[in-house]
Write a protein that binds this ligand. Sequence first.
Ligand SMILES: Nc1ncnc2c1ncn2[C@@H]1O[C@H](COP(=O)(O)OP(=O)(O)OP(=O)(O)O)[C@@H](O)[C@H]1O
Ligand SMILES: O=P(O)(O)OC[C@H]1O[C@](O)(CO)[C@@H](O)[C@@H]1O
Length: 779
Amino acid sequence: MSASDSQSTDQLHFVTMQGLLAYGEALAQRTSGERFVLPPPPPPAADRLSRAEEATGLIRTFIQQAQAGLPSAEAYRTARQAVISDACGGDPLVFFAAWNRLLARGELAPLYRAPIGATQKPAHRRPVAIVPRTQLTPQLAEGRIVLDLGDDRFWLLPRDLGDRTLFLTMRHGVSEVESKTHRVGRRLANVLDADRGIPRAEAVGAALARMVGVVGQQLGYLQLRNYLDPRTFLHLISHSPNTEQLCRRITKALIRDRTDAVHPHIEATLESQDFGWVTGMEKQAEIDMAAQAFGVDAKTAKRLIKHPFYSYPGGHSFFDLYIDVIDGLHRLGRAHPGEVLCLYTHSSTLRALRIYLDPRPFREAFSEFGEYKEGQDNVVLLTLENGKLSGYSTAVGLIESERVAREAWVTVERERSQRVTLKPQRIKRLLALVSGGDFGGGGAALKELRVTGNRFGLEVFFVRHGFLGLANNWIDPVTEEDTRGMGSHASSPIGSSRFEDFKDEEVQRAAMRSLAPYLADSALVVLGGDGSLRGARAIHETYGVQVVGIPGTIDNNIAGTTSLGFHSAIALANQSIESLKATSAAMGSIFFVEVMGAGSGHLALACAYQARAEGILVNEHPDPDAYIEEIVLGTLKRTLGVPNKSHIFVVAERTPHRHHREGGVHGLVDYVANTIATWPQRREKSGHYALATATKATILGHTLRGAPPTPEDKMIAQHLAYETVRRLVEQPDTIVGCMVAYHDSNRLETIPLHAVAPKPFDWELFTRMHGTELAPDRV
Ligand SMILES: Nc1ncnc2c1ncn2[C@@H]1O[C@H](COP(=O)(O)OP(=O)(O)OP(=O)(O)O)[C@@H](O)[C@H]1O
Ligand SMILES: O=P(O)(O)OC[C@H]1O[C@](O)(CO)[C@@H](O)[C@@H]1O
């Protein structure tokens, strides 16, 4: 049993066949209601338990079949239905017990990676679909149709729309029976709530009409075929009346006259989930009933019910719906090239789409979008391009909470600009400090600040050891002599510090006393990671210090920029990894190389990718134990003993796993060494002598922070420092209270400190590195 299986087993140990049958049988007694029709209850049977035990074998075969690949959602549904009719004698309760028991044992997990229809996430990076105004650069816009969606956002479409299918996907919003509190699903004929649902549908319609109007005009102007005449759209709904109501409201807004010209069609792909006998129940009552049947508390029972593979008694699972939606939309797209389809649907459809569009693996994206809340976007714009869906969700017809969030951002930003007291050409002095974990390139940035600062007529001061130095008044004027040779200095020539006390107001006030003589005509430049930028923000917002941030951290975990030190750390790691590869290939040994990055795996990923390592363990991974079993051991099983083959695994420090409480390489080496020693092929046969395999750990740790700066880091540092000084002198309002961000030498931008965000882990690169991004039909 793999580690992920054992984890599931630990979590779902209470899920027994008996419990499942008791629970399912109790639910099967429910009778249909005014608005919903339940599946018929199965006839009484005394032998369900033994039949459910037997059925598990055939379900395992079904899983293997899916793992080998199924051409479409329909083939998946047919095979699943065959399991119910053949293996379970048509008894949905037998299936319910057998399926969910296997789920609890972790045996359904292979389905996550099963190549079913078009459901595998794409191999290539999806084109950016919607961008905010601040990120709309000429490079992005080049060769694309740029549509203004309002709210300062733009939709970028390829110029040759000819073979693309465009989908406008909307959910019904608020209905009389609310999915927040009740199991609604495809068996319940729901209608829009008169007070809230209908005005919402009208608001979405009006916003969409504006958007389509803009789109139509621009496409017309570009002499393209009129893809966006709403009367020519294919309008698709589900069985549920609320989707037809939504369609009517929206088409009324889209097409003022002749709305009778629109005839929506029912499309099976758009149906929501089937909750079987649970349909219409209050969610809390469902959980309480399950808790009682399994003899556990409600929180524990919820673990089963919220699992993506949990198949509802008499119904199906969220995973099944996901397959239907994703494969179904691909099928619709292929059937209608160059057309626009307007889809009126349910929150579960949008949830499935968000999971698919998210770059993370299914399980992780599923947890992120576990609940589809009212506050989330209600329209998804999609295109089918090169046979794959890409798209972006947007909040057309914003709901109140979203509007408030956006307005709050605008307010904070206005406050920032009001806090800028420096006027163009008025700055006289510049202070700089380095904070947090040190990094390569800091010296080059400091030197450039001094050189450019002096050139612009500024006096330059350095603060030793970061915020600690501010609190202690360790501020020194800097001369040309002081910075001689600094450009190539590793780490921070003026020191750095972690100084958690700086979060205390008392300590900040001490720092302010040190800064007092400089405040009127100076700016303070803070070089460091996200924590240091939070410190900079704190003194800017509380005391009005004219700060500017320069991103510096080997973690490279700040969105929208490359951070100083990242490239230098990779370069140094590369030297060690290449040496280890050479000795590994020669000796057949296995090396686990630990790099920093307890908070983020960008460094580990970059090191592993460029070195073509066999695998990588990072803190972001949803299940490192499963990774160790499946990828680390799985790879070694194939590659150990292959002549001249190296075996390198990069591990981010403190990545948690069950082999040691400190995680990382600790415990991992022993575990792997002990496991491979038990493999039959490692035992010597007579007349055959296996290469002795050493399994070792190398911890690169802090060497990476002190790495000599690479030319690239020095160059980035100089660009960032130059831009900082130039803007402080010429346009202080565009940089004070901001971080200066680096994309490339022609693209330096500023990001307000209140908007600094973590950089998402690059799951696409991760999957590419493992060769798992290619669907089997493309390999
Ligand atoms: N909210 C905050 N308020 C004031 N100061 C802060 C705040 N957060 C962090 N700091 C200051 O910034 C310092 C550095 O932060 P942290 O240790 O998180 O490193 P970092 O800048 O994120 O760099 P790295 O992650 O690369 O080591 C802290 O020791 C503290 O002095
Ligand atoms: O050993 P320290 O200084 O606590 O810092 C370790 C952390 O700092 C970083 O090196 C970033 O500077 C992280 O990668 C790492 O997790």
